[in-house]
Design a protein around this ligand. Structure first.
Ligand code: XMP
Length: 514
């Protein structure tokens, strides 16, 4: 592991993952720990060079407010408190927190009065993102106020002698001008971290670790063709080559040409010396889905059937020592927090089957964020088409065909989606839209083509911009491009005579339609 580490203590803030990413963007390793998992012995083992307290929904002065061992303040390493974290720091060190007469939300002008500490890169009036109902009404002894707003007397404070810094606003969100620079200043200058978190050295180290762990053992991986499982495959291929078997289930719900592409990279003609098994079970899936229209039911059928196919294949392969999975850090953070209401039952093709005979699980990407996974994929020599692949749900096109799934509809949506992707790429927009696809609605409408009446399906185009997929906005794709896509879809895809563009944001919509 990198020697320079920042510990982020999670008090339940909304943007905690962003804080960790900002630190990693400085090429410094960071981990998020729930406040309830923090103890002094564990911290000593981790040996962070700095600590960041996140925001959170509670009031620091309430008895039930989340709290950590006060010994943290005696470690002699810098601490940065953000929002709740700032108030918590003030409260524990003897300052005062009160309910603010005027809450601040969103874009706020912050007047910076002293640029010596974290705020060195700031403007005199710096636009920052606020979200608070309490505020620090009086800083603890030893602290100086370094920024304020119209309604908040302590927008930032610091005690440089002890290395304690507090920001009422959120430096981790993009809306805060120079926010990333404030975090960089804390990590690199104040904590004096060296930039030793790099993907090439990560890859080399993981390959060594996997070799040591696996020895002569056999490893099984469910390869979906998505970024995460593909990068795991490439990493394992480099580490243990022919001891790896990748099982790629083609359930007939993949995007156009996707199955062939995955096979060309990982199959016999590909660059990797591994065992690759492509299981063609499209008809089996179509059979199971026949007549089913309810989205959750469809998701469950696809998820369960996938596991069953994987188990059957695993049985043929026989006993393996390890099952590899493409779990990444956001999955770990989310599951650690206990999921809130289930909106959709997400199915990941990396999901764990019950009856596969293996000794242990290997999850080499479990501490990486998505952008780091992509970077690692590039280092390992995977093609851009795979590394930059946009997110694709486990149930695949099964949830992009509204209502009943049939082979004919799969074909329609594959063709429409391929046209949409091709035109977006041609227009140079592929990198700037977070996710985009074509779905097939179950609406049929009347149209006219040539001199004939048509009564055919409508395709819905969806394109969103988002940084975390928790919230999203419809992408403002130029009209001419949408028009070209529409013309091509109705012209080239049989039985489609109408195209809609989905304007709905998330919430209230979701990214996928089912
Ligand atoms: P929603 O539709 O929940 O999607 O707004 C958010 C992100 O998650 C992807 N998604 C899935 N990914 N298995 C997955 O691996 C699933 O079952 C699943 N459902 C949605 C979706 O494509 C978007 O990126």
């Amino acid at each position: 592991m990198a020697e320079n580490r920042i510990l982020i203590i999670d008090f339940g803030g909304q943007y905690d993952q962003l804080i960790a990413r900002r630190v990693r963007e400085c090429s410094v390793y960071s981990e998020i720990w729930d406040y309830s998992d923090v103890d002094m012995a564990r911290i000593a083992g981790f040996a962070p060079k700095g600590i960041i307290f996140t925001g959170g929904p509670q009031s620091a002065y309430r008895s039930e407010a989340p709290s950590v061992d006060d010994g943290l303040f005696g470690l002699g390493i810098p601490i940065l408190g953000i929002c709740y974290g700032a108030q918590y720091m003030a409260h524990r060190l003897g300052g005062h927190i009160s309910s603010a007469p005027t809450s601040e939300y969103g874009r706020t002008e912050v007047r910076v009065t002293d640029r010596s500490g974290v705020l060195q890169p700031a403007e005199e009036v710096n636009i920052c993102w606020m979200s608070h109902t309490d505020y620090i009404s009086q800083p603890p002894d030893g602290f100086r106020i370094t920024a304020l707003t119209e309604h908040c007397p302590v927008a930032a404070m610091e005690d440089q002698k002890r290395g304690f810094y507090a920001l009422q606003f959120h430096p981790e969100v993009n809306h805060t001008v120079h926010g990333a620079d404030f975090i960089r200043r804390f990590v690199l200058d104040i904590c004096d971290c060296e930039q030793d978190w790099k993907m090439d050295s990560f890859g080399d180290r993981k390959i060594r670790e996997i070799r040591e762990k696996v020895g002569e053992g056999k490893v099984l991986l469910a390869l979906s063709g998505g970024v995460d499982s593909s990068v795991v495959a490439a990493l394992l291929a480099k580490a243990i080559g022919p001891q790896l078997t990748c099982v790629f289930v083609d359930h007939g719900l993949l995007r156009k040409d996707e199955a062939a592409q995955v096979a060309s990279v990982f199959g016999e003609q590909g660059d990797f010396d591994i065992r690759f098994r492509k299981i063609d079970v499209a008809q089996r899936f179509y059979g199971k889905l026949a007549g089913v229209t309810e989205p959750e039911k469809k998701r469950k059928i696809i998820g369960e059937e996938f596991i069953r196919v994987f188990e059957e294949t695993a049985k043929e392969i026989g006993k393996v020592d390890y099952l590899a999975q493409g779990t990444i850090y956001p999955d770990i953070i989310e599951s650690g927090r206990g999921k809130s209401a289930v909106i959709k039952s997400h199915h990941n093709v990396g999901g764990l089957p019950d009856h596969v005979d293996f000794r242990e699980i290997i999850e080499p990407l479990r501490m990486l964020f998505k952008d780091e996974v992509r970077q690692l994929g590039r280092e390992l020599g995977l093609p851009d088409s795979l590394v930059n692949r946009q997110p694709f749900p486990g149930p695949g096109l099964g949830i992009r065909i509204i209502g009943e799934v049939t082979e004919e509809k799969v074909h329609m949506v594959q063709e429409a989606d391929a046209i949409f992707r091709e035109e977006v790429a041609k227009a140079g927009l592929a990198g700037s839209i977070s996710q985009y696809y074509a779905a097939l609605t179950n609406i049929r409408t009347v149209g006219v083509m040539g001199d004939f009446r048509t009564y055919d399906y409508a395709v819905a185009l969806r394109a969103v911009e988002t940084s975390d997929f928790m919230t999203a906005e419809a992408s403002r794709i130029p009209w001419e491009i949408l028009e070209r896509v529409m013309n091509r879809i109705v012209g080239e895809v049989d039985h489609v005579n109408r195209v809609f563009y989905d304007l709905t944001s998330k919430p209230p919509g979701t990214v996928e339609m089912e």
